[in-house]
Design a protein around this ligand. Structure first.
Ligand SMILES: [Zn+2]
Length: 91
């Protein structure tokens, strides 16, 4: 299967699924630099899986914020990493 060329202007790296997953919680909490946020946002625009992940994570974080601990359940992250490995957006 051939993929359409993804549009990223030279000089700007687009995040891949792994990066997005690793930084998704920081992304949602705006704990990244503007450039990093932009890279992740760009990836989200082109990746349905990660959009779904971020939406789920957003809910999870909102829930966790009402609890004393706000650690991301490692289980959830592992599952989503696995799901993302199966889609062809990996560089
Ligand atoms: Zn992705």
């Amino acid at each position: 299967m051939t993929q359409p060329p993804s549009q990223h202007p030279s000089g700007t790296r687009t995040a891949n699924c792994r990066e997005l997953l690793e930084h998704a919680s920081e992304y949602l909490e705006a704990e990244l630099t503007v450039e990093e946020l932009e890279r992740l946002r760009r990836h989200l625009e082109s990746c349905v899986n990660c959009r779904g992940f971020v939406a789920t994570l957003n809910d999870t974080i909102a829930m966790l914020h009402s609890l004393p601990s706000r650690n991301l359940p490692p289980d959830l992250k592992a599952k989503l990493l696995q799901a993302c490995k199966q889609h062809p957006d990996q560089a």
